[in-house]
Write a protein that binds this ligand. Structure first.
Ligand SMILES: Cc1cc2nc3c(=O)[nH]c(=O)nc-3n(C[C@H](O)[C@H](O)[C@H](O)COP(=O)(O)OP(=O)(O)OC[C@H]3O[C@@H](n4cnc5c(N)ncnc54)[C@H](O)[C@@H]3O)c2cc1C
Length: 397
């Protein structure tokens, strides 16, 4: 082959990045469905992703399309495996991390709270509209003064008053909350000091949400500061089984795994962009991909991505068996996001100067990785949860 022979970037081997064929573990029905979702993402999400990110605006017109492709509650409602759900989440991230985060909030955190903590009567009343995305949800746990320590440090209060509850306090970073119909608010009951969960209609008097501006990561996601000023919530809207932080943790254990799947998707996205660039970009009369150091960098990203995926595949099997432990979720979130940070940094540098402008997509991938590294329990906190499990000694406090 001549040194300058052009390689077709649209026809590279291992196009799906699934180097060890993990998708073969899916059923045929799941594989068909994954392929349908991939087509949807290529058609509806990928073409608008960079523009929305640059403008910092959420594409509201995408919501009915996301509703139609029917992504909410794939395991509990639709009967798919956790491996399928994880691979879908990785694929949505690969197309756009902000849309994956929007879905992660509406589906995992918000719908997950209702599914795990609401009574059957409450679920029957609320879930049909939530599944159909006629009602969009948010998840309000973090506070301006309560981040990593929010379990013991929730300051928002709930006070029982006859048939109602009165909520007061502030929440920070709440995704989707500038436009969501509902938000699950976690607040401390002044009577027994336990953190309880409430479904709050965002139109209620005393509720306000303002957009957090000037983000350098997940710019399409609308994160909000929420103020609760004597918001009166009927007792029916207190989630029947959300009565302590231990209950909240049931939701977070599952969503933490979804974030680890995001780290897989993020690395596959970095691999896609870096490999394409390396075969197309010519320097010294040859494609970048012909230099040994560049091949090493691509292989490093691939190795990081598939080792992260392998860990997640095993965890999905444990989830299906109902046997995934908290510390296993924590290690997965810490490990995959750590590998992700290296992968996106290699990808960023592999594009040289073009790696710092979003036009080439890598800059967006690089910046979005930072939010994933920090949300749903930071790298450090998940590391310490794992450290506590293997030593029997807590180094968190
Ligand atoms: C883009 C984005 C979206 C989010 N969406 C939501 C949402 O929808 N709903 C929601 O409720 N929250 C959301 N969050 C909040 C997120 O979960 C918190 O940012 C996260 O838990 C960390 O809290 P913090 O930002 O207050 O950091 P802090 O807790 O202040 O931590 C700052 C630093 O100190 C370190 N640190 C803290 N304690 C320890 C310790 N004991 N040992 C070692 N290191 C420590 C942390 O690891 C971190 O590096 C979102 C955050 C972001 C950035």
């Amino acid at each position: 082959m001549s040194k300058t022979t052009a390689i077709d970037p649209d026809n590279l081997p291992y196009a799906d990045g699934d180097f060890y064929g993990f998708e073969q573990l899916l059923t045929e029905k799941e594989r068909d469905r994954l392929s349908e979702i991939r087509d949807f993402l290529a058609r509806e999400v990928k073409p608008i992703a960079v523009d929305c990110w640059n403008r910092g605006e959420f594409p509201m017109e995408l919501i009915p399309k996301l509703a139609e492709i029917d992504l909410v509650s794939p395991v509990r409602r639709q009967g798919f495996s956790n491996l399928f759900a994880g691979l879908v989440h990785a694929e949505v991230t690969r197309a756009d991390t902000s849309i994956a985060t929007f879905m992660g909030v509406h589906d995992g955190l918000f719908t997950g709270s209702i599914e795990a903590l609401a009574s059957q009567e409450q679920q029957d009343a609320w879930l049909p509209d939530i599944y159909a995305m006629k009602k969009i949800g948010a998840f309000g746990l973090t506070e301006p003064l309560g981040g990593s320590d929010v379990a013991g440090g929730t300051r928002a209060t709930a006070q029982r008053d006859g048939d109602t509850w009165i909520l007061n306090g502030a929440k920070r970073w709440i995704g989707n909350a500038t436009f969501s119909d509902w938000v699950v608010i976690y607040a401390r009951d002044v009577a027994d000091n336990q953190v309880k969960a409430f479904l709050v209609d965002t139109k209620l008097p005393g509720y306000s949400a303002s957009k957090i501006e000037n983000k350098i990561s997940l710019r399409t996601v609308q994160n909000a500061d929420i103020v609760l000023d004597n918001v009166v919530v009927p007792d029916f809207f207190k989630l029947a089984n959300g009565n302590s932080f231990r209950d909240t943790n049931k939701v977070l254990k599952v969503t933490r795994l979804a974030v680890a799947w995001q780290a897989v998707g993020q690395q596959l996205a970095a691999f896609d962009v870096a490999r394409r660039y390396a075969v197309e970009r010519m320097q010294f009369g040859r494609p970048l991909a012909s230099f040994q150091l560049v091949q090493q960098q691509l292989v490093q990203i691939l190795g990081n991505a598939v080792s992260s995926m392998g860990m997640m595949v095993r965890l999905a099997q444990l989830e299906d068996a109902g046997a995934a432990k908290d510390e296993q979720s924590a290690l997965a979130k810490a490990f995959t996001t750590d590998r992700m940070r290296e992968s996106v940094a290699i990808g960023r540098s592999l594009l040289g100067g073009n790696g710092i402008v979003t036009d080439y997509e890598m800059a967006k991938i690089f910046a979005d990785a930072e939010a994933i590294y920090s949300y749903e329990g930071t790298y450090e906190i998940n590391t310490l949860v794992t450290g506590r499990a293997i030593t029997g000694i807590s180094a968190i406090v």
